[in-house]
Structures are given as C-alpha cells and as structure tokens.
Ligand binder design. Structure first.
Ligand code: SF4
Length: 75
C-alpha cells in the first residue's frame, strides 16, 4: 500500500472534495483545527508519510492532508 501513486491536488475527484496535501494550509471553511487524514475514518495508513484513503482507491493521500469528506475516526 505504501507504493500507491500519490493523489494529486489537481485530480478531478481530489479537487471536487477540496483535497489538500497539508491540512494546515486549507482555506476551506469546513476544516476544523487539528483534523487531517490521520484522524479520519477513511484513512488506513500510518501517522506519517502517505497511506490509502477509502475515498480515493488506488491512490495514496498525505497523512497530514485533508478533504471535505473528513469524518473523525471512531474511538
Ligand atoms: Fe483524508 Fe479522510 Fe479526506 Fe480521505 S476522506 S482524503 S483520509 S480527510
């Protein structure tokens, strides 16, 4: 899974979901401080680097990335 090609911010689906590589840099009003892929339930990668997201099959997202579909991981 670590070898999945990186999702690009310019990918049409990524754009549609407002995906950014750096959650701290998004200007999207839906972003809540502290939210990034590592605490999203759709992310199955590790705490650093890149990993898979269920919403972007076949691609890897940045652990510190974010998109509007962010859903907090269940405890
Ligand atoms: Fe990251 Fe979650 Fe968006 Fe996937 S759905 S890109 S893991 S914030």
């Amino acid at each position: 899974a670590a070898d999945l090609p990186a999702l690009s911010e310019s990918d049409p689906t990524a754009k549609a979901l407002g995906y950014v590589e750096d959650a701290t840099k998004t200007a999207n009003a839906k972003h809540k401080a502290g939210d990034d892929c590592t605490n999203c339930q759709f992310y199955t990668g590790g705490p650093t680097g890149r990993g898979p997201c269920q919403l972007f099959p076949g691609k890897s997202v940045n652990a510190k990335g974010w998109c509007v579909s962010h859903t907090p991981k269940k405890a």
